[in-house]
Design a protein around this ligand. Sequence first.
Ligand code: SF4
Ligand code: SF4
Length: 118
Amino acid sequence: MDVWVEKHKCTGCAHCHDVCPVAVFEMKDRDSPEANNDHAPEADKWKGQTDGPLLAKWKDVKDGHRHFENKFEGGSGGLSVATNGSACILCQACLIECEGECIVIVDDAGTTYRSIYK
Ligand code: SF4
Ligand code: SF4
């Protein structure tokens, strides 16, 4: 199993980090050298630019999670990095919790799964 986050769409809500039963995701500060420590292809790596429509959609939402903050603190902020993708058991919990619809999972047969926010 391989898992990565399309970083330009990650709000930093940390829902994936909170629901994953096998700790696939780590939250990292946006300026951390570890912000791209998963298998995201070049186009999906964090380059300091957030998707504009997603920024407009989520930046002012008050749901108890911080959005688009540089630092991970207080349980949210920063962005998510799938540092432990090989542990994924494809429970799909993260796929329905991801605000940015930016989690990609590829199973061992090559089938791709993408998040769709519930
Ligand atoms: S689908 Fe995989 S990465 Fe997502 S929550 Fe389940 S085990 Fe974790
Ligand atoms: S649930 Fe999605 S948007 Fe929220 S931190 Fe995880 S990858 Fe980013």
